[in-house]
Design a protein around this ligand. Structure first.
Ligand SMILES: *[C@@H]1O[C@H](CO)[C@@H](O)[C@H](O)[C@H]1NC(C)=O
Ligand SMILES: *[C@@H]1O[C@H](CO)[C@@H](O)[C@H](O)[C@H]1NC(C)=O
Ligand SMILES: *[C@@H]1O[C@H](CO)[C@@H](O)[C@H](O)[C@H]1NC(C)=O
Ligand SMILES: *[C@@H]1O[C@H](CO)[C@@H](O)[C@H](O)[C@H]1NC(C)=O
Ligand SMILES: *[C@@H]1O[C@H](CO)[C@@H](O)[C@H](O)[C@H]1NC(C)=O
Ligand SMILES: *[C@@H]1O[C@H](CO)[C@@H](O)[C@H](O)[C@H]1NC(C)=O
Ligand SMILES: *[C@@H]1O[C@H](CO)[C@@H](O)[C@H](O)[C@H]1NC(C)=O
Ligand SMILES: CC(=O)N[C@H]1CO[C@H](CO)[C@@H](O)[C@@H]1O
Ligand SMILES: [Zn+2]
Ligand SMILES: [Zn+2]
Length: 641
């Protein structure tokens, strides 16, 4: 079995994509829904500071993973992210108007991971309706060849040369029947903004190694040495726009591209938009650049603005074919600065700002000076309706039952009644895996990894869609019969045992490998943990008036969060979780049930715990045909109705 704590939800098809749906439930009750989206909005805290507009302004989405209908639950912090893609469309369209009024540039970019399941073809049609200037490919577009091919054939063309995959190729059979390797989108794009600024843009994917057959991801370190890359950066644009599916700080991918550009152009402004690790982050690699990362699941819209020197863009008499005549937006002639190259990096410098917006209608209305009555555009409403219809088509609102309260992964301690991990392994798995199972009456211990649960469950209707977001992975349960209880009960503690340095080094190596293959939860959780540590206790109490949400500490100047929040409580969880052991005598033979990909680890541990029997794969068989991604639904049908 492939070891895959981060495995792609193979059987969930593309449905996770529309995560968080409202709608009419199977039995005709109104689930949390559009109504709550509209009516919850007035209770949200509006931002208090307008955005700082510059000459070039950029809105950024990343790692949307199909959350196009926004977050619809009423437990906090979900309402804070309740804007759907139709609302976002209306927002972008009003912002574009403001940019024209201010006579500045506004671009829209995306850093990838549109997909979550296998097929995002249908939901991607809605992404296409937004005026994206540049989009970059993410690793989730590459777990399946069919997905990558769909992006190549059906998605990239709609971006008209601005769907970028600088270091990602796909092998296809071309029109002439020849096998050919080509970039999924384009390697780079050079274009001019509305104001006539010249832009050179790349879309780089981090060192990803979990891609499907017939797709190629080139190492970033190799990419920057390619002749095409050197050629592409030779001419100096007004600014470089690097939109990559890569963290801006964790590894050195962003820095590699940055340094390669800097080696040729010491002072040209560089605006970098990253993603993948699902956090909010900002760093300035030098004072003429800024790099921003804008979270995940449509919980954050990133904003960056740059006020350029006179000799770039505005007032740059030489190159701005379109925008000239108006060149001096400051009201002063640009005589002293024209002439490319000279005077760069001088007196004035480039100044940047950044902001992390909570995507909801209150935020959107605040920043566009609109209200509920004049906010929606017809295109925005049409997108919302289209997404709703799509969700209905796939019956995502089918309701298994009603969750009595919130169950969270990290907000509640594990084990506890409010822990999703406890719910899953102590309650749900034992109920679901007993269905139609001839071994149901034999005592057992069940073990899985804590990473098997990916998103919190909130009080209220528990739908097919909620099941897909909470528990998307399609892992099978195996078992070894007749393990003496005294041995079986030591397996989980041994699996979780922090142990020696050597083991820690092993875990770190394994984490690196998983990271290469796309696993980012460790990075995201570490971020939450630090947030909680930095801000807990006094700060949280003093912040009584603040709502829960992200509290970002990054290395850029000033406060990045658009609305100030108090951090969510964070409880760390062990790597593996288990059911409540049965109360039986130590020598009672029981079934040791576990998730498929830990088989090897588990056999090793069993053989280290006892010497009576040498366990091998021959002792392992399937426990139930029910996979992890069906367990919560079956349980909800049984227990939450
Ligand atoms: C994809 O890879 C397989 C095996 O590596 C190969 O047989 C097949 O021809 C490839 N398909 C294309 C379209 O290149
Ligand atoms: C990607 O495709 C281009 C165009 O066919 C080719 O020149 C290049 O060598 C390929 N790169 C990789 C890393 O496969
Ligand atoms: C990418 O991976 C290679 C080898 O696997 C490593 O040498 C390199 O440092 C990595 N680069 C980045 C940017 O992570
Ligand atoms: C124009 O330049 C002059 C002198 O450099 C300065 O005093 C004035 O404030 C500038 N006006 C604007 C609108 O920037
Ligand atoms: C947890 O749930 C169990 C079973 O419903 C109940 O007996 C117990 O009191 C609960 N514990 C807490 C701390 O709420
Ligand atoms: C259990 O068996 C019944 C009768 O064959 C069947 O209708 C039902 O779908 C099965 N349940 C599950 C979860 O497989
Ligand atoms: C919360 O807000 C109220 C009203 O705006 C104010 O009177 C109170 O001092 C605030 N409390 C804290 C802890 O900031
Ligand atoms: C900033 C913000 O929008 N906060 C909201 C987050 O969600 C809680 C719970 O509904 C609201 O009370 C906050 O106003
Ligand atoms: Zn992602
Ligand atoms: Zn990713």
């Amino acid at each position: 079995m492939v070891s895959n704590l981060f495995k792609v939800p193979l059987t969930s098809t593309f449905l996770t994509l529309l995560a968080s749906i409202w709608a009419v439930s199977a039995c005709g009750d109104h689930a949390d829904g559009q109504l709550s989206r509209r009516s919850a909005s007035p209770h949200l805290t509006p931002p208090t500071r307008p955005l700082e507009w510059g000459d070039v302004n950029i809105l950024h989405t990343t790692d949307s993973h199909g959350w196009l209908l926004g977050h619809q639950k009423s437990s906090f912090p979900e309402p804070n992210y309740s804007g759907d893609f139709g609302d976002f469309s209306s927002f972008v369209s009003h912002m574009k108007k403001i940019a024209i009024e201010r006579d500045v540039d506004l671009l829209l970019v995306d850093s990838g991971d549109l997909h979550d399941g296998i097929d995002a073809h249908d939901s991607n049609q809605f992404m296409k309706r937004l005026p994206y200037d540049v989009m970059a490919i993410g690793n989730h577009e590459l777990y399946s060849y069919e997905n990558a091919l769909d992006m190549h054939k059906n998605f990239a063309p709609s971006l008209k040369g601005r769907y970028l995959s600088s270091n990602v190729n796909i092998t296809i059979v071309n029109d002439k029947g020849q096998v050919q390797t080509v970039p999924v989108g384009e390697r780079f794009a050079k274009f001019k903004t509305r104001k006539g600024r010249k832009v050179t843009s790349f879309g780089v994917l981090y060192n990803f190694s979990g891609n499907d057959r017939n797709t190629t991801v080139q190492k970033v370190a190799d990419m920057v040495n390619e002749a095409w890359f050197k050629d592409a950066i030779k001419d100096e644009p007004d600014f470089f726009l690097l939109v990559g599916h890569m963290p801006i700080a964790r590894d050195n991918c962003a820095a590699l591209v940055f340094n390669a550009i800097r080696a040729v152009h010491p002072t040209t402004p560089i605006m970098i938009f990253g993603g993948h690790t699902h956090i909010r982050d900002c760093v300035q690699l030098d004072d003429r650049s800024m790099a921003l990362e804008s979270g995940r699941y449509m919980e954050t819209i990133g904003w960056m603005s740059a006020t350029l020197d006179d000799n770039n863009g505005k007032g740059h008499g030489k190159d701005n074919g379109k925008g000239n005549g108006k060149g001096n937006g400051n009201g002063n002639g640009s005589g002293k600065d024209n002439g490319k190259g000279n005077g760069k990096g001088n007196s004035k410098g480039v100044t940047f700002s950044r902001r992390y917006l909570d995507p909801n209608r209150v935020t959107f209305e605040y920043h566009t000076k609109r209200n509920t009555h004049n906010f929606d555009t017809s295109e925005g409403k049409s997108i919302t309706k289209g997404l709703t219809d799509l969700a209905k088509k796939f019956d995502l609102s089918f309701q298994f039952g009603t969750a009595p309260h919130d169950f969270t992964i990290n907000q509640a301690p594990y084990p506890s009644n409010n822990s999703l991990l406890s719910l899953f392994i102590e309650n749900a798995a034992p109920v679901a895996l007993a269905i139609n199972n001839t071994r149901a009456s034999i005592p057992n211990i069940m073990i899985t990894n804590s990473g098997s649960q990916r998103f919190d469950i909130y009080a209220g209707p528990f739908t097919k869609n909620d099941q897909l977001t909470a528990s998307p992975f399609a892992d099978a349960f195996l078992f070894i019969p007749n393990v003496p209880f005294s041995i079986a009960s030591q397996v989980l503690p041994t699996l979780n045992h922090a142990g020696s340095n050597q083991r820690r080094v092993m875990m770190e190596a394994r984490e690196e490998e998983l990271y290469g293959r796309g696993h980012v939860d460790t990075v995201y959780m570490k971020w939450l943990e630090e947030m909680d540590k930095k801000n807990d206790g006094m700060a949280r109490r003093a912040a009584q008036n603040l709502t829960l949400g992200y509290v970002t500490t990054d290395s850029c100047p000033g406060v990045g969060d658009d609305v100030l929040h108090a951090p969510l409580p964070f409880n760390s969880v062990p790597p593996f979780i288990g059911s409540v052991p049965p109360t039986v005598a130590p020598d009672t033979p029981i079934d040791l049930v576990f998730v498929d990909f830990i088989e090897n680890q588990l056999l090793q541990i069993l053989n280290s715990l006892q010497k009576t029997k040498a366990y091998t794969t021959a002792d392992v068989t399937t426990y139930s045909p029910i996979l992890t991604n069906a367990i919560l639904g079956l349980y909800a049908q049984a227990a939450w109705n």
